[in-house]
Unconditional design. Structure first.
Length: 432
């Protein structure tokens, strides 16, 4: 069987890709940048598709030649730039489904979301439901799977929850009584593989949930115990305050914290497991079973502990450079700056150029640190600049090494902090 998978660079899509490959099928992945994908996953055929723009059947037909089944696993939890819910969850999938009808694709599996039903309120769920409804009205052999929160290696939502559980005090909406029913990614992939068989369920919606609901408070306690951190110390945050905070939040390590996700959590995310067992013939594992099977390792503990510190580290490093530029140019007495420069042989117009040039460089490096595009270049620029400053000071102003405030020796931990920032900002994951 030849399977086309969309969203293969995401959490669910990547697990599905590997599971189908292990089964011996041919896989083509539709990703944003096939060249980058190919360099990381040699041997897997990839085609470039811009899901923000691929809203016509013609955009997909060229990729469907010889394809027997399509799995749409594209999904975002927050809108950024052109990546809107409507574009990625509705317009692109509908164009894909239309192309599947035109190309005679035998089977289409839609990875939707629990809650994308007639009671849907959030734009996330409504956009998923729009694509589901279109597919259900088509002539294709379709299966719509609606998973609850999916966890397993690489799950960003569970990484966020672990980080919350690892905090000295864990904030909960109200008392954390919201009900959720998470499912492990291996149970999801097993269900999808069954859907690809001739005997697999078709023309039906199936909720993919764990064996029983648990409260969010219980989830936090179980994750904290799994991390080896003992008893949870919860603090109740009113729902209204949480919702307001989410409107200005989202800088928490790329966490999926938006007003919509808060509303979805408050609504709850549960369903009956009976239809899962009926269709697939097995009971999905419980969260307790999964945690017992995969004990927390040191990387899991590090990741949870560093999750919220990562953005703070980047922000504080940026502020150091920005404040240094502002203080040097506008606050610190100019005559004192010129006196220091004269000790290294710089005076006159060159002193003015050096003072304000260095201030501008500090500001540039600080603001560049806040940009994903320029972060790496900015970090290396900071390290080189600190090395140059340290060399000049050591050569001409060695007494500053013995200064009680340590203006020079502080460069050493700042260099290490900058290197740590570069490591933490890599888009990799250790998550359970």
């Amino acid at each position: 069987m030849h399977v086309l998978i969309t969203g293969a660079s995401g959490f669910i899509g990547s697990h599905l890709t590997q599971a189908i490959l292990r089964r011996g099928d041919t896989v083509t992945v539709a990703v944003r940048n096939a060249k980058v994908w190919g360099s990381r996953h040699p041997g897997i055929r990839a085609v470039s598709v811009d899901f923000c723009q691929a809203h016509r059947p013609e955009d997909w037909l060229v990729h469907l030649e010889g394809v027997d089944a399509v799995i749409n696993a594209v999904g975002i939890i927050r809108e950024t730039g052109q990546q809107s819910f409507r574009a990625l969850h509705e317009q692109a999938p509908i164009a894909l489904f239309q192309a599947c009808e035109m190309a005679g694709v035998q089977r289409v599996i839609q990875i939707s979301a629990l809650g994308a039903d007639d009671q849907a309120e959030s734009q996330y769920h409504l956009s998923k439901k729009a694509a589901d409804d279109f597919l259900a009205a088509s002539t294709l052999e379709w299966t719509i799977l609606r998973p609850s929160i999916v966890y397993g290696p690489g799950a960003r939502s569970m990484a966020f929850f672990k980080a919350l559980a690892a905090l000295p005090v864990t904030p909960l909406i109200n008392r954390g009584e919201q009900q959720i029913q998470p499912i492990h990614v291996t149970d999801l992939t097993t269900a999808v593989l069954q859907c690809l068989t001739p005997e697999g369920p078709t023309q039906t919606h199936i909720n993919l949930v764990g064996p029983e609901p648990i409260s969010f408070h219980s989830l936090m306690q179980r994750l904290r115990s799994w991390l080896g951190l003992g008893q949870l110390r919860p603090v109740a945050i009113p729902y209204g305050l949480t919702l307001a905070s989410a409107k200005v939040g989202g800088f928490l390590g790329g966490a999926a914290i938006t007003p919509e996700t808060v509303q979805m959590l408050q609504r709850g995310n549960t369903g009956s497991v009976d239809e899962f067992v009926e269709h697939f013939g097995f009971m999905p594992r419980s969260l307790d079973e999964a945690l017992l099977e995969e004990p927390a390792r040191q990387p899991d503990q590090w990741h949870a502990g560093l999750f919220f510190l990562r953005p703070l580290l980047r922000l504080t490093i940026a502020l150091i450079w920005i404040s240094a530029g502002i203080v040097s140019a506008f606050i610190y007495p100019q005559e004192d700056s010129f006196a220091l420069l004269s000790q290294v042989g710089i005076s006159g117009n060159w002193a003015v150029v050096s003072l304000y040039g260095a201030s501008a460089l500090d500001l540039l490096l600080g603001f560049a640190t806040l940009s994903n595009r320029w972060l790496r270049m900015a970090a290396y620029g900071q390290i080189l600049t600190m090395a140059l400053y340290t060399f000049i000071i050591t050569l001409f102003l060695p007494a500053l090494w013995a200064h009680p405030f340590g203006p020079v020796i502080k460069n050493l931990p700042l260099v290490i902090a900058t290197l740590i920032m570069l490591v933490l900002e890599r888009r990799t994951s250790w998550n359970f």
